[in-house]
Design a protein around this ligand. Structure first.
Ligand SMILES: Nc1nc2c(c(=O)[nH]1)N[C@H]1C(S)=C(S)[C@@H](COP(=O)(O)O)O[C@H]1N2
Ligand SMILES: [Mo]
Length: 301
């Protein structure tokens, strides 16, 4: 796979997965570097995460713009043009404008982050992302003091996205975070997987990753980021407000109206792989619980 961008970890392009994993496993959970001192290692950091294979991560996807089957994105997303690419950053920022993806990359520090990934459909993976902290990108644009939320938008290209002919969702796909969630050091924009440019089916050239929330919050192929003082509309909430809330924090105690969220099916373990218990805030409780102190997480699901 050719490298299209200058600083997306070229040297690891042909590193075997196993070697890469041995070098990188320590990253698991410790990425935020917060809450560690004096408290001992949080649960998220003490468990050694075994990442899924590159094939699992890039062949079993949700990206409805390319079809609703798990194999559709891998089959169809090659039609998405990802260069040139720019992200419009607007709203309550000092420096609104269209930021070229190359310029963003030059200004950002790309890190390795091995994160749990939990879809609301109750399957899960462990994914070794490469990316930068969203907080750094927001700082580049200069967040104004009255901003309270961040809204995100995926590209909408009917000529390149066969799935948007179908009204499964109200296109373009949109998502949102509270500003403090967006600024949290665990929140990244991913540009790679296993040291390779992120494949189209996973949201090239850059997608949000919020590891303590259900996967649908992690919006793909982002073209617009808007700082606002109002809670933004989100695609799945618009589609079914009873089933999908704004927060969508992983929570084994709050079931989806149609299924339990208490456990999950790890992808890649084979047909008879055992389900495993779902962790509060997907295992990142020590890092992010403070964001929700005093909030009723059942009401604010
Ligand atoms: N634009 C867009 N982003 C999206 C989706 C989508 O359909 N369109 N699906 C979401 C859902 S439901 C999940 S579980 C994750 C899947 O990410 P992955 O395919 O990289 O595992 O992407 C999320 N981001
Ligand atoms: Mo999902």
């Amino acid at each position: 796979m050719a490298q299209r961008w200058t600083n997306t970890l070229k040297d690891r392009d042909c590193t075997p997965e196993s070697v890469f994993l041995n070098r990188r496993q320590w990253m698991a959970g410790a990425a935020a570097g917060v809450g560690l001192a004096g408290l001992g290692m949080p649960a998220a950091a003490s468990e050694t995460l075994e990442p899924n294979s590159y094939d699992d991560i890039t062949q079993y996807n949700n990206y409805y713009e390319f079809g609703t089957g798990k194999g559709d994105p891998a089959r169809n997303a090659h039609t998405l043009t990802t260069a040139p690419w720019s992200v419009k950053i607007d709203g309550l920022v000092d420096k609104p404008g269209d930021y070229a993806f190359e310029d963003i990359l030059k200004a950002m520090t790309i890190e390795d982050r091995i994160y749990r990934f939990r879809c609301v459909e109750a399957w899960s993976m462990v994914i070794p992302w490469n990316g930068f902290e969203l907080a750094d990108l927001l700082a580049m644009a200069g967040v104004q003091s009255d901003a309270k939320y961040v809204a995100f938008e995926t590209a909408l290209r009917p000529d390149e996205m066969p799935g948007v002919r179908f009204p499964v969702l109200d296109w373009p796909y949109v998502e949102g975070l509270r500003l403090d969630e967006a600024m949290h050091p665990l929140t990244i924009m991913a540009t790679g997987i296993y040291g390779k440019d992120i494949p189209n089916q996973n949201g090239a050239p850059l997608r949000l990753v919020v590891p303590w929330k259900y996967g649908f919050k992690s919006i793909k192929s982002v073209v617009r980021i808007t700082l606002t003082d109002k809670q933004p509309a989100t695609s799945w909430n618009k589609a079914n407000a009873r089933e999908y809330g704004f927060y969508s924090n992983v929570n084994p105690q709050v079931d989806h109206p149609r299924w339990s969220q208490a456990s999950e099916r790890p992808i890649g373990g084979g047909l008879f792989a055992k389900r495993k218990p779902t962790l509060m805030l997907n295992g990142y409780e020590e890092d992010v619980a403070a964001l929700y102190a005093g909030m009723d997480m059942k009401k604010n699901f």
